[in-house]
Design a protein around this ligand. Structure first.
Ligand code: ARG
Ligand code: ZN
Length: 870
């Protein structure tokens, strides 16, 4: 049942061109496909086309319709036994987008038709060689009712448009660029659009359009601006220009993921493209900007150069996430962006890497590829590209990416091809480095040091290991770039690195190459006993084990030059404080934490970094760390973290009260300084409410009344939700009535209720699931309620009764057939049962109940069976 990388074979046939004719009706759609096929491999092999849930109406080869005994049909394929070496194949199928709830293939979202083909959705549209290494030139004609579907879109250029009889019309699109089927897209609807223009560096004019339902036309400007900035940035930083006269974005409300990079017709989840101060938070704006950029960047890293097979998914996703993270750093605060990315990686990707679904950045087998659109492929994949960037430096890296695009333009290639280009331009041997692609699990790096005051020499010993993961019991050492410095009592120390395989980058910085299980690095001319500052900017995705004392951490917090490491040391101190609270030990870390935060509040530092520094490690992150040793207890973690927060609030109450009451000048704009001030104010408000709930509730109520933006309003609601009582109830009701017409706001209103750790969240979630605005087929709604509760409210999800687990299992069982991708994704929190010794049995019971269902989708089957396997 599993598909293996080792079994890869090139396609036996190529398709030089394809013509698709869509005839859209309310109760069925006809698809006529005409393929020009050429045999590439051995004679006599049959033609096997992928196809699922299709009604085959006719097949003809070179104009002759085949009899039913001339082909073989099963649930996943159409096989034609004997075909010429070169021929035209015509296939007519009937499909039912109107009942397609999987949101894969052609489906309906509210009033429109749209598609999602990556990874293997095209086979739900017509029989085809649905694999990324079969690339073809597409011509697409769409016929539909003129009044209800005035807008008919596909990839490339519109070459024809004509009214027909019976109130229908027909539009024809032609895409001159060869592409795999997963990049095909079609949209039909009564859509409004905004339009803009971009001139490429070479002087070519490009028309840019964003299509939405008419009610959303006022929420497109930010995305359009982000698109233009992305296009410019990709020219300036990567030398990549856009390659057609038209670039379209369409917003759809029912979408399994964030967005999709279909050639010249990107399709977006409304939540990833629409933006206005009333419906979008500061973080929401940044998400829109990042996703618009990500999909646009795919035009080169993904479309012009695509993947040979789906095991290579990180070739396009890891690289493109890296590119969009560089873009976001350039657009806003680089320090904040890095802290956010590393937090996500450590909280969620490390957990994935340590769990039953652990897989390499380039997996070597899968049952259902949709299950591999993961944090490992995306985020760890981006870290792997980032390490290459660190190893080569920006100039060589750019040469490498130029060579990669140049060598492989129009091809479907592998992760090895990408690394080969980097090797070719740098002369660096990346053989061992490539283990990052093939070995799963998070490496652990242990650090110990010793200082010889007489010789002024510091020795740093680093050792690495990687725990076993499913299918990989033994690991070879990784090639780990350690960007580092040494910190003295008054700041960074200069040194002379002795090792030659590594590289001294400045007086106070070195890039160590840790390639063996254990290595000792010597530093000369070190004036005093240092604390090493390791993995600046988080230069490698590893866990670091170093027994820093509280004094060492404080030195890093006050003296280290790298902002990321200063923040990181503060987080470590906070973790220690939470552990103290759990074990009832003396409160040394807590005192140090309070002193450090007090000092930061009094200094005149970066406000955005300050806002991030005030936020303690999340309960999920603490649970992930605890899972690595004694196992996690979410309820104990919650209680301990709350007590640390309360101590901070009590100690620093005056500062928090001032911050919570501060005024922010000017009308809303999602821009750096104001974003930081809002974050600070709301974080302070959250501390204040722990000590002075009534005062905090007053501030929240007035924010709700006076503020001009969703960030403040949701922050205020969150505070009221935490304080609870009648005022909260009134505020939540009033908020709903005010924004009931904005689905994106309702989603966030759902989400903060589902995430509220206080009161009876299970009862709340049960009520939300019955709310008239809830829709059990809309992924955004499901994620806002079920996803938020199960993965972002651990203390309530794990509450002693086990009813949270049962609720999740019920939802998964219901969605298993309706939308398998979403069902499998929701399951993630249950699969971590081994991390929670006291809760594991109850969690496992629910997994077993799911496993016992008949007709499990491949998606759910793979996740459940792997997470129960011993
Ligand atoms: N390629 C898209 C992106 O990352 C995501 C497509 C997801 N599709 C899926 N079936 N999981 O931009
Ligand atoms: Zn992507």
């Amino acid at each position: 049942q599993a598909i293996r990388l080792a079994d890869y074979q090139p396609s036996a046939f190529s398709i030089s061109s394809v013509t698709l004719d869509f005839d859209l009706y309310d109760d069925r759609t006809f698809v006529k496909s005409t393929l020009n096929l050429t045999r590439e491999g051995v004679k006599d092999v049959p033609l096997v086309l992928d196809g699922q849930e299709l009604k085959l109406l006719s097949v003809s080869v070179d104009g002759r319709e085949l009899n039913s005994d001339e082909y073989l049909l099963d649930t996943d394929s159409l096989t034609i036994g004997s075909v010429p070496d070169h021929f035209e194949l015509q296939i007519l199928t009937e499909i039912h987008p109107e009942t397609n709830t999987s949101l894969e293939g052609l489906y309906r979202s509210r009033t429109m038709f749209c598609t999602q083909c990556e990874a293997e959705g095209f086979r739900k549209i017509t029989y085809y060689l649905d694999r990324p290494d079969v690339m073809s030139v597409f011509t697409v004609s769409i016929t539909a009712d003129s009044e209800r579907y005035p807008v008919l879109l596909s990839n490339g250029n519109r070459i024809e448009a004509a009214p027909l009889d019976n109130g229908r019309h027909r539009v024809v699109w032609h895409d001159p660029h060869k592409k795999p089927a997963y990049l095909f897209a079609l949209v039909a609807g009564d859509l409004a659009h905004i339009e803009d223009r971009f001139t490429t560096a070479s002087g070519d004019a490009v028309t840019l359009r964003i299509f939405v339902e008419p009610k959303d036309l006022n929420k497109c400007d930010f995305a359009m601006d982000a698109l233009k900035r992305s296009m410019r940035w990709d020219e300036e930083v990567y030398g990549r220009e856009y390659d057609l006269e038209l670039f379209n974005i369409v917003a759809v409300d029912d979408f399994n993921m964030g967005a999709m990079e279909n050639k010249s017709l990107n399709i977006f989840n409304t939540s990833a493209v629409l933006a206005s101060p009333d419906v979008t938070t500061d973080q929401g704006y940044q998400r829109v900007e990042a996703i618009v950029a990500h999909e646009y960047f795919h035009n080169w890293s993904g479309n012009r150069v695509t993947c040979r097979d789906w095991f290579q998914l990180s070739l396009k996703e890891g690289f493109t996430v890296f590119r969009d993270s560089q873009f976001s750093s350039d657009m806003g605060s680089a320090a904040v962006k890095r802290i956010e990315d590393v937090t996500l990686l450590r909280t969620a990707q490390f957990a994935e890497d340590a769990g039953p679904m652990s897989h390499p950045v380039r997996p070597d087998s899968y049952i259902e590829i949709s299950n591999f659109y993961t944090l490992t492929v995306y985020e760890k994949g981006a870290e792997v590209v980032r390490m290459l960037h660190t190893l080569l430096g920006p100039e060589l890296f750019r040469k490498g990416s130029d060579l990669y695009f140049d060598r492989h333009d129009g091809q479907a290639v592998t992760c090895d091809d990408f690394v080969a280009a980097m090797e070719a331009v740098s002369g660096i041997d990346l053989t061992q480095f490539k283990r990052w692609y093939s070995q799963s699990g998070t490496p652990v790096v242990r650090a110990t040091g010793s200082y010889d005051a007489e010789k002024k020499r510091y020795s740093l010993t680093l050792s690495q290991s990687c725990p076993p993961t499913p299918g990989q019991s033994v690991k070879q050492p990784f090639d780990i770039p350690v960007l580092m410095g040494l910190v003295g009592s008054r700041g960074n120390l200069s040194f002379a690195l002795v090792d030659t395989a590594s590289e001294q980058r400045s007086d106070t910085e070195a890039l160590l190459r840790l390639t063996q299980a254990e290595q000792t690095f010597e530093f000369d001319d070190v004036e005093e006993q240092p604390v090493p500052a390791l993995f600046r900017g988080f230069s490698a995705p590893v866990r670091i084990q170093a027994d820093w004392s509280i004094d060492d951490l404080q030195r890093l917090i006050t003296c280290e030059e790298d902002g990321f490491l200063r923040w990181d040391a503060l987080q470590t101190l906070a973790l220690l404080a939470v552990d103290e609270a759990i074990s009832g030990r003396e409160e040394a870390a807590l005192s140090a934490l309070i002193a450090s935060i007090q000092a930061m509040l009094e200094q005149d530092g970066d406000r955005a970094v300050l806002a991030m520094s005030l936020i303690l490690p999340s309960e999920n992150y603490i649970a992930e760390v605890h899972s690595q040793s004694h196992g996690a207890d979410p309820i104990a973690i919650h209680t301990a973290r709350e007590s640390v927060k309360a101590s901070l609030a009590t100690a620093l109450i005056d500062r928090f009260e001032v911050l919570a009451n501060s005024a922010i000048e000017g009308a809303y704009a999602p821009e750096g300084a104001a974003i930081a001030e809002r974050a600070l104010r709301l974080t302070a408000l959250d501390y204040l409410r722990l000590v002075q709930p009534e005062k905090a509730a007053d501030i929240a109520v007035s924010l709700l009344e006076k503020s001009d933006n969703l960030t403040d309003r949701l922050g205020a609601l969150r505070t009221l939700g935490a304080v609870g009582g009648k005022r909260a109830e009134v505020a939540f009701d009033a908020f709903y009535r005010r924004f009931a017409d904005e689905p994106l706001v309702v989603n966030q209103w759902f989400q903060i209720q589902a995430m509220n750790p206080y009161g009876d969240a299970l009862a709340r979630v049960t009520r939300l699931l019955a709310h008239p605005a809830y829709d059990n087929l809309n992924p955004n709604k499901i994620r806002s309620v079920v996803g938020a509760f199960c993965s972002a409210n651990p203390v309530q999800f794990h509450a002693a009764s086990g009813q949270g687990y049962a609720l999740l299992a019920d939802v998964v069982i219901d969605l298993n057939k309706k939308n398998p991708q979403i069902a499998a994704r929701l399951l993630a929190p249950l699969t971590k049962w081994r991390n929670y010794p006291k809760y594991a049995q109850r969690m496992k019971v629910e997994l077993e109940r799911i496993a016992a269902q008949e007709n499990l989708s491949k998606d759910v089957f793979e996740v459940v069976s792997k997470s129960l396997a011993s």
